[in-house]
Design a protein around this ligand. Structure first.
Ligand SMILES: Nc1ncnc2c1ncn2[C@@H]1O[C@H](COP(=O)(O)OP(=O)(O)O)[C@@H](O)[C@H]1O
Ligand SMILES: [Mg+2]
Length: 243
């Protein structure tokens, strides 16, 4: 406790007149994996975009290492150490793997660490080293997701936010991606993980929040929520148990 890297406090977010996030508060303790789970449309992506400065909260406050980032621009948020892997990856398909990784290292904090970061990315994702000269667009879905994560860690973040990294991947790649998230965390990267694959996410999460139509419905330790009959019934059940 008391070691909060990220604090979201009482945040409301609206698109025009339509409110989609209601009084949401979450804490991410340094060095942990925190999962933000919930059904499609619950507001998970919106919350990550708000932390990233892509959209701004109407009310509430967001603190990173105690400093307010509520009014920062996306570039400034990256510069202070938050990287966001958006839903759908968003790579430069016509650029090579290596060129995509170079672009990830553009923040001033990351440039001096380029060689070290590239080494780390290639050791975590050996397949990317093997394919470094290949166009990003020619990679498989799983490899593209790895490249998106590798590009984000090239920015040398203190906090890595992943939006649905397992979405659309085959079961074997889903397993690989979750193992990589775990391995990254072991290298001291704090992770805020958004997932619809609730079972897998809760398994690796230290702390978890269930978002339901824009409000935090349940929160607790990952293993507690995984064992909670209410959570199982509402969110895991048969639909999730096989994933
Ligand atoms: N750009 C937008 N403009 C208006 N409404 C949006 C926009 N993006 C998302 N929404 C709405 O906000 C709600 C939350 O969406 P989202 O954050 O994408 O949820 P999730 O990521 O949990 O699936 C949904 O009702 C969605 O339709
Ligand atoms: Mg989403």
């Amino acid at each position: 406790m008391g070691n909060h890297l990220l604090e979201v406090k009482g945040v409301d977010v609206l698109y025009g007149d339509v409110q989609v996030i209601w009084d949401v508060s979450i804490h991410v303790e340094k060095g942990t994996i925190v999962a933000l789970v919930g059904a499609n449309g619950a507001g998970k992506t919106t919350l990550l975009k708000t932390i990233s400065g892509i959209i701004h909260a109407k009310r509430g406050e967001i603190l990173f290492s105690g400093k307010s980032l509520t009014r920062l621009k996306p570039q400034e948020v990256v510069d202070i150490g938050i990287s966001h892997v958006p839903e759908g990856r968003r790579l430069f398909s016509n650029l090579t793997v290596l060129e995509n990784l170079k672009l990830g290292a553009y923040p001033s904090r990351a440039r001096p660490l380029f060689a070290e970061s590239l080494e780390r990315a290639f050791s975590l994702f050996p397949v990317l080293k093997a394919r470094k000269g290949q166009k990003a667009g020619s990679l498989s879905g799983g490899e593209r997701q790895m490249l998106a994560i590798a590009r984000a860690i090239m920015a040398h973040p203190d906090l890595l936010m992943l939006d649905e990294p397992s979405l659309g991947l085959s079961p074997i790649f889903v397993k690989t991606i979750f193992e990589l998230i775990y391995a990254l965390n072991k290298q001291k990267v704090t992770i805020l993980l958004v997932e619809q694959n609730i079972h897998q996410a809760l398994k690796i999460a230290y702390q978890a929040y269930v978002l339901k139509t824009g409000k935090i419905a349940i929160s607790g330790r990952g293993d507690e929520l995984l064992a909670d009959p209410e959570v199982q019934k509402a969110y895991i059940g048969e639909r999730w148990s096989k994933r």
